[in-house]
Write a protein that binds this ligand. Structure first.
Ligand SMILES: *Cc1c(COP(=O)(O)O)cnc(C)c1O
Length: 398
């Protein structure tokens, strides 16, 4: 007999709720922000360039453009890629809605390609099936922090002349065949939301090797206004020109100072995420009720998330019950993601359920476990204990 589940009135594995993700802010971060608050610049000042250069250097890209969210990063990248009305952009449904919304912002149409059942990343074969003469770009998502199959994706984009926008919100610090994420695609977007690898409160960045793409994004992030100072000086210093319908997507110096301080801890935090992932993988390897997405040889994931897939044929209950039981044990599990086109907004646009069967089947089985660098070994142990406890109680057939 196993211990009684907390959801049935037993004692929970831990006393306090362990969240699935959490930022790590220390005194050095606080001081960096305070210094900016006491300086001349609150918004676009020296910290923006410094932060952009730091991230560009880290990932090995030539250019970086900071913006005030990962969503804005996707929007400016899609703008730079020239996406507009009539264009089709192929992307995955197993992601946060922002990956596809950026296409809608510009009047394009997202086309969903299914995922590979083993990695849960976009399936290049299904992408190939969905390419039409209207296809302009592919938006890949490095799900949980594992890079997609870029060799296959590059072969496709070369054949059809497509751009790749990589949504790397999960993948800062990940590698593919020895190349770092940020150098794999024409445009790579990061998010600095507090659950991501580093945080600026809210924030995002696009990196690219294309100076023209970067210039377009810099204009778009500040109302579509050009900042050619020479031209301004010639015409009179008050003159500026709005050349595109841009937005105010600027990331303030306050936030960039936080981002810079966070960058110095990124390597240590990535190492810790990889350590936690290895412990989970080892603990669940011998549990037939729990599967894990496959990590392909040659990839070094950044582990923003650690997801398990329940083997529902070996359980008496569904994902909903397992999820509730884990929450009752004070393990803050989550689910990533509801297929994008299942959301009412997309349903109203005419997308139908059943479009991507592998992504939908995966969604029914997925649970995200707590994964953040500040987790202690004891926290990791609590998660493993709770999974064993809950799975043992529900083992069997329906
Ligand atoms: C977090 C995230 C985003 C959006 O980033 P925000 O900074 O929250 O706007 C986009 N795509 C994916 C896959 C994400 O996880």
């Amino acid at each position: 007999m196993g211990a009684r589940l907390a959801i049935d009135g037993g004692t929970p594995v831990r006393e306090t709720m362990l969240p699935y993700g959490r930022q790590w802010v220390d005194e050095v971060d606080v001081q960096a922000v305070v210094e900016v608050l006491r300086s001349d610049w609150l918004t676009t000042g020296p910290k923006v360039r410094e932060f952009e250069e730091r991230v560009a250097e880290y990932v090995g890209a030539r250019e970086a453009v900071a913006v005030n969210s990962g969503t804005a990063a996707l929007h400016i990248a899609a703008f730079a890629a020239g996406i507009g009305p009539g264009d089709e952009i192929i992307t995955t449904p197993l992601t946060f809605a922002a990956s596809a919304n950026c296409v809608l912002y510009l009047g394009g149409r997202p086309v969903f390609a299914d995922v590979c059942p083993d990695t849960l990343n976009i399936d290049p074969e299904d992408v190939a099936c969905k390419v039409t003469p209207k296809t302009k770009a592919i938006i890949t998502v490095d799900f949980t922090g594992q890079p997609c199959d870029y060799e296959a994706i590059r072969a496709l984009t070369a054949q059809h002349g497509l751009m790749v926008i990589e949504d790397a919100a999960h993948a800062l610090g990940a590698e593919y065949n020895g190349q770092s994420v940020g150098t794999l695609s024409e445009l790579t977007a990061f998010s600095f939301h507090p659950v991501k690898h580093i945080t600026t409160g809210e924030g995002g960045m696009v990196v690219t090797d294309g100076p023209d793409l970067a210039a377009k994004m810099r204009v778009f992030r500040t109302h579509g206004i050009t900042a050619d100072f020479r031209q301004r000086a010639e015409a009179g210093s008050w003159v500026y020109e709005m050349v595109a319908l841009g937005y105010n997507y600027r990331l303030p110096d306050i936030n960039c100072a936080l981002g810079l301080a966070q960058m110095s801890k990124l390597d240590e935090w990535l190492a810790r995420r990889r350590e936690i992932a290895a412990r989970y993988t080892e603990a669940f390897a011998l549990m037939p009720e729990v599967d894990m997405p496959q990590v392909l040889p040659g990839t070094n994931p950044a582990w923003h998330l650690y997801v398990i897939e329940l083997n529902l044929k070996r359980l008496r209950v569904g994902r909903k019950e397992v999820f509730a039981a884990l929450r009752a044990e004070n393990i803050g599990v989550n689910v990533h993601y509801i297929p994008v086109y299942w959301h009412p907004y997309y349903q109203a646009l005419g997308y139908e359920r059943g479009l991507c069967p592998a992504a939908e089947a995966a969604y029914e089985r997925l649970i995200s476990l707590p994964m953040f660098p500040a987790m202690t070994d004891e926290d990791v142990g609590d998660v493993i204990t709770a999974i064993y406890k809950v799975i043992s109680a529900y083992r069997g057939r329906r």
